[in-house]
Design a binder for this molecule. Structure first.
Ligand SMILES: [Mg+2]
Length: 257
């Protein structure tokens, strides 16, 4: 699959922006807008990306669609996105009232008793309660196999059984029949009457979007290895600012003058 800055990629970008299409720009956060960092609490959009997105947001509906909670990701953006959707699509959609998920997660928390939490902690697993889902982080575990085994033991206790979504050094447990990122983006496109979507994401949790996106959507895998797997184009995270500058130049040439 070609690089987004190849002639084919740039042609697709220009075609995508042709009038009279209405565009939704949907972006993952970790690894896409912000580089992956060893401590997730330090992730932040760079000032340049925040500045350019702030300009783009004057012309285009932007949705940040993250696995983090809305409260967590909102403070890391540095610009005002029209939509901030958290918990892999479970939280923050304008027309969706997700009352059920928090109740299920509450029940799960009760099932994870002290000995289970101790088991996780001693395997180097950090449990994060995101209200609508649980995340088991093992990036800092010394022995990742042991960490995954501890996560398996914990997940076995959860009733109703969760849908598991594996990410980079994280296992996410979501209530079954929960919305996912594709559902969220499609609903936002509908909500904003957008007939064109650009989506960029880096994680395996973004595959659901790449796999189900209509063929005319411009899908970009953010990948430093140069792989586009399932997406139409690929781009390194370090080129994200350049991509957004180009996008801004196409949308609003005078903004760069
Ligand atoms: Mg990501």
């Amino acid at each position: 699959m070609p690089h987004l800055f190849s002639s084919e990629g740039l042609r697709a970008l220009r075609d995508t922006l042709e009038v009279p299409k209405r565009l939704l720009l949907a972006l993952d956060f970790d690894g896409t807008l912000a580089p992956i960092v060893p401590l997730p609490e330090l992730a932040q959009t760079s000032p340049e990306i925040a500045r350019v997105l702030g300009e783009i947001a004057r012309q285009v509906n932007i949705a940040v669609v993250s696995g983090r909670s809305v409260a967590d990701v909102s403070g890391r953006l540095g610009f005002d996105a029209r939509f901030v959707v958290g918990n892999h699509g479970l939280e923050g959609l304008p027309d969706r009232v997700g009352k059920q998920a928090p109740e299920v997660v509450e029940q799960w928390r009760e099932a994870l008793d002290e000995s289970c939490l101790h088991d996780l902690a001693s395997a180097g697993v950090m449990l994060e309660d995101k209200g609508h889902s649980l995340s088991f982080h093992y990036r800092l575990a010394d022995d990742r196999d042991a960490a995954l085994a501890a996560i398996d033991r914990a997940v076995d206790r959860l009733r109703p059984a969760p849908r598991l979504l594996a990410g980079k050094c994280v296992v996410n447990a979501l209530p079954e029949n929960a919305a996912d990122k594709f559902y969220a983006i499609r609903e936002l496109a509908r909500h904003t009457s957008s007939d064109m979507v650009i989506f960029a994401g880096d994680d395996v949790t973004d595959d659901v979007v790449f796999e189900q996106a209509p063929p005319h959507w411009l899908t970009i895998r953010v990948d430093s290895q140069g792989e586009a797997r399932r997406a139409r184009f690929h781009l390194a995270q370090t080129d994200m600012a350049l991509f957004l500058q180009r996008l801004l130049a196409e949308i609003c040439p005078q903004a760069l003058a």
